[in-house]
Design a protein around this ligand. Sequence first.
Ligand code: C5P
Length: 286
Amino acid sequence: MTSLTLQAPAKVNLTLDILGARPDGYHEMEMVMQSVSLCDAVTLDLGDPGGIRAESGLHFLPKDKDNLAVAAALAFREAAGQDWQDLRITIQKEIPVCAGTAGGSSDAAAVLRGLNTLTGAGFSPQELARVGEAVGSDVPYCVLGGTALAQGRGEILTPLKPLPPCHIVLCKPAFSISTPALFREWDKQKRRLRPDTQGAMAALDQGDLVALGRRMFNVFEGVLPSQQRREIEGIKTALIQAGALGAAMSGSGPTVLGLFDREDLAQAAADRLKETYAEVFLTQPV
Ligand code: C5P
């Protein structure tokens, strides 16, 4: 048996825009993505008898191929033309579940990276990202990580200049949102606020956190049911009043992120939000 433990970082969206619906049922996206220091730990025990399964200690997470980590292992085995039968994937969850922060996709990406090392398959990071495409739209980004523009379904990735040193507060309200339902709502609505993606990329290029903060926006915020939208707006306002340079919902939500240049303000904002919300995290870009 060979074993390996990997970190699986959460991702946030600094911007999220939808350019249109596609004939294949997906949507054409344009998103500025960032990985952050909040991580799951994923341990692979290759050869541990019992088939390919995922264990997390969370009863509501599937153990079989409905878990993205297991789906990634199956996709990897097929792409590599290998025939091993036994893999125990142990996931120590720190990233909130169903939160718009790619926890499941990041676990899947960690499985791909880990199996590449353990089996000596020799895929390049780009090849590994391609293996992840079939597993989920965010998996290719999670394989590569860092600061990137994601286009297409999310699989066309262009690395961007890393964020200058900063602090990102994450706050997840208690409700959960169905990603397909949110896309369907976007399909129905006509007038939409959109992020300035080009402006955000220019701000990143110049290392200008203030200009970046002003351009953070997620098009899904405009199509949320009104009660959820009010709660998201409330968290964004609290973050801005606490000194955030910008705030937006991440992915299909409901996690909200606030961008800070000062750690003391970020810490104070996180402490304040913890009075109301159970899942609040102070992170840095990675
Ligand atoms: O690829 P993934 O399984 O993460 O996508 C979940 C759902 O989100 C898809 O079934 C689809 O309804 C929607 N989606 C989309 N366009 C994308 C990514 C996801 O419509 N680019």
